[in-house]
Design a protein around this ligand. Structure first.
Ligand code: ADP
Ligand code: ADP
Length: 228
C-alpha cells in the first residue's frame, strides 16, 4: 500500500527561489527511507510539504487517499495528527518535565488526563526513558533529549514519522542509538522519512535513499545498491 505520493511536485518560495521541481516518488506503508542532498537541495522543504508547513506551487502531494492541496482549516490539523515530526534541535520546553513535554501534543488535542498519562508512559518506554518522566530536559544528556523529541513525535501514534537531520548535533555513537530507535518503527506500523546529509550514516543504514540536487530528485537508490 502506498502511504505517500509526490506527483511532479514543485515549490517556489515567495522570494522566487525554486526549492523543488518535478519531484515524484512514492513511499509505501511501513517503509523507511532517507532524503539526502547538499545544503539547500530542498530536503527540509520536501518534509514541510508533507506536514503542510508549506504548500506546493505545482503538482500534488497525496497522503493515503488524501490530496493535501485540498485540505483547509480543521482538516489540516487532523492531517498533522497522523504525522510525527522530529527536529534536529528537539525543541523541548525547558521549564516542563519530560512527561509534560511528551504529553503536549495530546493536551492540545484535548485527550482525557488518564489516557494521556498512559500514552506518555508508553512512548517514553519505547525510547528507553521510562524512568525519567519527572526529570527536566536540562538534566538529560543530548542523546536522551533527542529521544524525548522522538517520544513526543510518537505519542500521537502517527502513520508517518518525519525527521529533519535528527542526528545532526550528536556524536556517532549517539547518532547510531537514535537511528536504531527509528529503524524499529516500521515494524510497529509507522513509516519513516529522514532528511540527512550524513553520507557515512546513510551507507551504514542500508535503507532506500532519495537524492535531491538543487531541488530535483536525481536518484532513488535501493538498499541493496547502496554499497556502491
Ligand atoms: P535543505 O533542507 O536541503 O538544506 P531547504 O529545503 O531548507 O534545503 O532549502 C531549499 C532552498 O529553498 C534553499 O535555497 C533555501 O534557501 C530556500 N528556502 C528554504 N526555505 C525558504 C523560505 N521560507 N523562503 C525562501 N527560500 C527558502
Ligand atoms: P532547515 O534547512 O533545517 O529548515 P534553515 O536554517 O535553512 O534550516 O532554515 C530555518 C528557517 O528559515 C526555515 O523555516 C526555512 O524555511 C527558512 N529559510 C531557509 N532559507 C531561507 C531563505 N533563503 N529565505 C527565507 N527563509 C528561509
Amino acid at each position: 500500500m502506498t502511504l505517500l505520493r509526490f506527483d511532479r511536485v514543485g515549490k517556489r518560495y515567495a522570494s522566487g527561489r525554486e526549492a523543488l521541481s518535478e519531484v515524484s516518488f512514492e513511499l509505501a506503508e511501513g517503509e523507511m527511507a532517507f532524503v539526502t542532498g547538499h545544503s539547500g537541495a530542498g530536503k527540509s522543504t520536501l518534509l514541510k510539504l508533507i506536514h503542510l508547513t508549506e504548500v506546493p506551487t505545482r503538482g500534488a502531494v497525496l497522503f493515503g487517499e488524501r490530496n493535501l492541496a485540498r485540505l483547509r482549516g480543521r482538516k489540516v490539523a487532523l492531517h498533522r495528527r497522523e504525522i510525527g515530526v522530529v527536529f534536529q534541535d528537539h525543541r523541548l520546553l525547558a521549564d516542563r518535565s519530560i512527561a509534560d513535554n511528551v504529553a503536549l501534543p495530546l493536551i492540545l488535542r484535548g485527550l482525557p488526563r488518564a489516557a494521556i498519562a498512559k500514552r506518555v508512559r508508553h512512548a517514553l518506554e519505547q525510547v528507553g526513558l521510562g524512568d525519567r518522566e519527572r526529570a527536566l530536559p536540562v538534566q538529560l544528556s543530548a542523546g536522551e533529549q533527542q529521544r524525548v523529541g522522538i517520544a513526543r513525535a510518537l505519542v500521537g501514534e502517527p502513520r508517518l514519522l518525519l525527521a529533519d537531520e535528527p542526528t545532526g548535533n550528536l556524536d556517532p555513537t549517539l547518532a547510531a542509538e537514535i537511528l536504531a530507535l527509528l529503524e524499529a518503527l516500521p515494524a510497529r506500523g509507522t513509516s519513516v522519512l529522514i532528511a540527512s546529509h550524513d553520507l557515512a550514516l546513510l551507507k551504514r543504514m542500508r535503507k532506500r535513499v532519495l537524492v535531491l540536487d538543487h531541488g530535483r530528485l536525481v536518484d532513488d537508490i535501493a538498499p541493496e545498491d547502496l554499497a556502491a
